[in-house]
Design a protein around this ligand. Structure first.
Ligand SMILES: *Cc1c(COP(=O)(O)O)cnc(C)c1O
Length: 422
C-alpha cells in the first residue's frame, strides 16, 4: 500500500479539515455512515447544553426561551438546501416509516381533490427490493382502507427502468421509490421517473434515506411531490434521530394526513375539541417532538453549512473509486463480487460485495477496527462519508481486509454467530 500517495490525496482534498469536527473512534476506519453517521463535537456539546442548562435549569420555559417549539421547522429549513428544496416545504419529525404513512395518505388526498375516482387509480408502485419498511407501510394502509383504495404493486428494479411505461400507467396513483437502493447502492434516475409518472397522472414519493447528505438531490427541480428521509445516516443526527418529510409547495394547500395530532393544529394551545390543520408544512406534524434528539440533529447539520453537495459527491466518488482500485491491486477483486453499478454516476455513496462468508468477514473487519456492515443474504457493505473519511482510511481498510483474507482470520468460530442487529 502506497500510503504517501494517499496522504497527498488527503492534503489536496478541500474537505479534509471537516474530519476534525467529528468524534472519530480511536484507530478506527468508520465505513458505516450509511447506517449510523458519526457524532460531531458540536452535537455532543449541544446535547450536553440542552440537558444541563435548557432542561436542567430552564425547564418548561425552554419551549419558548430556547425555541424548542420551532425546532422541527427550523431543522426542516436547514435541511432544505441539502435536498434541493426551497424553505417551507421540509419538516423534521417521527421516523421514515411514520412519515411514509402520512405522505401516502396525503398523496391519495391530493388525487381525491383532483376528483379522480379511486377505483380507477389506486395502485402504489414500488420495487420488490425496496427497503422493507417502505413496503410494509403500504401494506398497512392497504389493510386499513382496502385493496380497492390502495394496492401495493411491486416491480423488479431493472425491469422498471427498462420500461417505465409498462409499469406506470392509468391505474398508478403513487410511485414510491427509494433513490439509492440500500443493498446494491444503485441510484435511480429520479428526474426521469418523476417526469414519466406525472405524464401518466401519478404522484411520486421519494425516499432519500441513502441520498440526503450523500448525493446532490434536487427535489424542487425534479418536481417531486413528496419525499421522506432519515437524519441518522449521512446526516449524522444520532441513533434514532427524527426523520424528515418534504411536501411540494403546490400540494401544501390540498394535503391532509390522518395522524392529525395537536402539533399539526392551527392553534394547539387553544385546546379545541375539533382538529383544524395549520397552514403549510406544519400540518405534517403529529405529536410532541423529541427535543434531545432534535437538538442533536440541529447541531449535526452545521457541518454542511460550508460545503456544497457537489463537493461531497466528488469526494464520495473519489473514495469509492480508490476502494475499487485498491481491491484490484491487492488481488481481492477476484474474491469479492461487486454488486453495485460499475459506473460511479449510477451509484450512491456505498459499495456492496457478494461473498459467501460476508458475515464472518464483516465481523473480523470490525474486530480489526474497520467498521463495515452486512446485509442479508451475503453482502458486505461499505459506506463512504466524505465529511470524515480520508483517502488514507481507505488504504488502511483495504490493507486490513487483505490481511484478514490472507490469514483466513474470518474462519474463526467467534465470527460466525449472528447478533440481533447486523
Ligand atoms: C434506513 C431506511 C429506513 C428506516 O426507516 P425508519 O422508519 O426511520 O426506521 C427506511 N427506508 C429506507 C430506504 C432506509 O434506508
Amino acid at each position: 500500500m502506497n500510503f504517501s500517495a494517499l496522504e497527498r490525496l488527503d492534503q489536496a482534498d478541500p474537505l479534509t479539515h471537516l474530519r476534525d469536527e467529528f468524534v472519530i473512534p480511536e484507530d478506527t476506519v468508520y465505513l458505516d455512515g450509511n447506517s449510523l453517521g458519526l457524532m460531531t463535537h458540536g452535537t455532543q456539546a449541544r446535547v450536553a447544553e440542552t440537558t444541563a442548562q435548557q432542561w436542567g435549569q430552564d425547564g418548561i420555559r425552554s419551549w419558548n426561551e430556547h425555541g424548542w417549539v420551532h425546532l422541527p421547522a427550523k431543522i426542516g429549513d436547514k435541511l432544505a438546501p441539502i435536498i434541493g428544496a426551497q424553505a417551507g416545504q421540509v419538516i423534521c419529525c417521527d421516523s421514515i416509516s411514520v412519515n411514509l404513512f402520512k405522505t401516502l395518505s396525503a398523496a391519495f388526498a391530493v388525487l381525491d381533490a383532483r376528483g379522480e375516482p379511486r377505483n380507477q387509480r389506486h395502485q402504489v408502485l414500488s420495487t420488490a427490493d425496496n427497503f422493507p419498511t417502505d413496503l410494509y407501510m403500504v401494506q398497512g394502509l392497504q389493510q386499513l382502507i382496502g385493496a380497492e383504495n390502495c394496492e401495493l404493486v411491486l416491480a423488479d428494479e431493472a425491469e422498471l427502468l427498462a420500461d417505465l411505461s409498462k409499469h406506470i400507467h392509468a391505474q398508478t396513483a403513487i410511485v414510491m421509490l427509494t433513490e439509492v437502493n440500500f443493498r446494491s447502492g444503485r441510484r435511480l434516475p429520479m428526474a426521469e421517473i418523476i417526469a414519466h409518472a406525472h405524464a401518466a397522472g401519478a404522484l411520486v414519493i421519494v425516499d432519500l434515506a441513502h441520498s440526503a447528505g450523500a448525493v446532490p438531490v434536487e427535489l424542487d427541480k425534479w418536481q417531486a411531490d413528496f419525499a421522506v428521509g432519515c437524519t441518522y445516516k449521512y446526516l449524522n443526527g444520532g441513533p434514532g434521530a427524527p426523520a424528515f418529510v418534504y411536501v411540494a409547495e403546490r400540494h401544501l394547500g390540498s394535503v391532509r394526513q390522518p395522524l392529525s395530532g395537536w402539533f399539526g393544529h392551527a392553534r394547539p394551545f387553544v385546546f379545541d375539541a375539533q382538529f383544524e390543520a395549520t397552514d403549510g408544512i406544519g400540518k405534517m406534524l403529529s405529536g410532541t417532538p423529541s427535543i434531545l434528539a432534535m437538538s442533536a440533529v440541529d447541531a449535526a447539520l452545521d457541518v454542511f453549512a460550508d460545503v456544497t453537495m457537489v463537493q461531497v459527491r466528488e469526494k464520495s466518488i473519489g473514495l469509492a473509486e480508490l476502494f475499487l482500485e485498491l481491491l484490484e491491486q491487492t488481488g481481492l477483486a477476484r474474491e469479492f463480487d461487486c454488486i453495485s453499478p460499475k459506473t460511479a454516476q449510477q451509484r450512491g455513496s456505498q459499495l456492496s460485495f457478494a461473498h459467501p462468508d460476508a458475515y464472518a468477514i464483516c465481523q473480523a473487519l470490525i474486530e480489526h477496527k474497520v467498521i463495515a456492515d452486512f446485509r442479508a443474504p451475503n453482502y458486505l457493505r461499505v459506506g463512504f462519508t466524505p465529511l470524515y473519511t480520508s483517502f488514507t482510511d481507505i488504504g488502511r481498510a483495504v490493507a486490513r481486509l487483505a490481511e484478514i483474507m490472507q490469514t483466513r482470520a474470518y474462519t474463526d468460530p467467534r465470527f460466525q454467530t449472528r447478533q440481533a442487529v447486523t
